[in-house]
Design a binder for this molecule. Structure first.
Ligand code: C5P
Length: 230
């Protein structure tokens, strides 16, 4: 199934405190945005990849992606918006290939494996919407209305990650409806479910699929990538 890939990379990275946009922070000489594309490059049916860049850093993102070897895919950079949801919508609106599936993957998760991506794509092709996720290792508690907390069964909980994938018409409808009704969510699977009535299939990630948010996350990911690269 022909697939478009959207890489939201337009976050400011304030919490990372690296003094530059998060997607441009380098590990082993490569920017995070470039590392995040790596597991997708071998997937032949991805025919279009749209990197959503910070408004003020389009040239720097272009530069970071220079020379990416992906002859079967049209790779381009578009401007992001104020929120992640705005950025993903901007990316979706520029899809111009005749695709059946759309995959969304955050530039902040460079450790995702090709096999997780393939399983998420297959689940979305079958059911309409799918997300990568992991089980929490810690015990969980949630806030209650009276200001206290109560335990949550961690065996029933998922930590929702990217990649997420959708049939094209599902994600188009979800974002259009969300924009019209001012519905907001922190991930696209929630939009697909709440705004397009999709049933979301959860696919367990097959390896640590850490999201880089804080400086210590960056150091963990750096250590893993450098260990693999030898
Ligand atoms: O800020 P957070 O880490 O949750 O962002 C997740 C992903 O969404 C990151 O890859 C970030 O670059 C992207 N993002 C975006 N546009 C925004 C905010 C975040 O593309 N306005």
């Amino acid at each position: 199934m022909k697939t478009a890939l959207i890489i939201p990379a337009a976050g400011s990275g304030v919490r990372l405190g690296a003094g530059r946009h998060k997607a441009l922070v380098e590990i082993g000489g490569q920017a995070l945005v470039r590392l995040a594309l790596e597991p997708f490059r071998r997937i032949e049916h991805i025919v279009e990849a749209i990197v959503v860049a910070p408004q003020g850093a389009m040239p720097e993102i272009q530069e970071a992606l220079k020379g990416v070897d992906w002859p079967t895919c049209a790779l381009r950079v578009v401007a992001g918006g104020e929120t992640r949801q705005d950025s993903v919508r901007n990316g979706i609106e520029t899809i111009d290939a005749d695709v059946s599936l759309v995959c969304v993957h955050d530039a902040a998760r460079p450790l995702v494996t090709e096999s997780t991506v393939l399983r998420v794509l297959a689940a979305a092709a079958e059911g309409g919407a799918a997300t990568a996720a992991s089980r929490p290792a810690d015990s969980l508690r949630v806030d209650t209305a009276d200001g206290a907390t109560e335990p949550l069964d961690r065996d029933k909980a998922w930590l929702v990650e990217t990649p997420q994938a959708f049939r094209y018409e599902v994600i188009r409808k979800a974002h259009a409806h969300a924009q019209a009704t001012r519905f907001t969510a922190t991930d696209d699977a929630t939009l697909a479910e709440q705004c397009a009535g999709a049933k979301v299939t959860v696919v367990e990630s097959d390896a640590l699929n850490l999201k880089i948010t804080k400086p210590e996350d960056l150091e963990v990911v750096r250590g893993i990538i450098e260990a693999v690269q030898g």
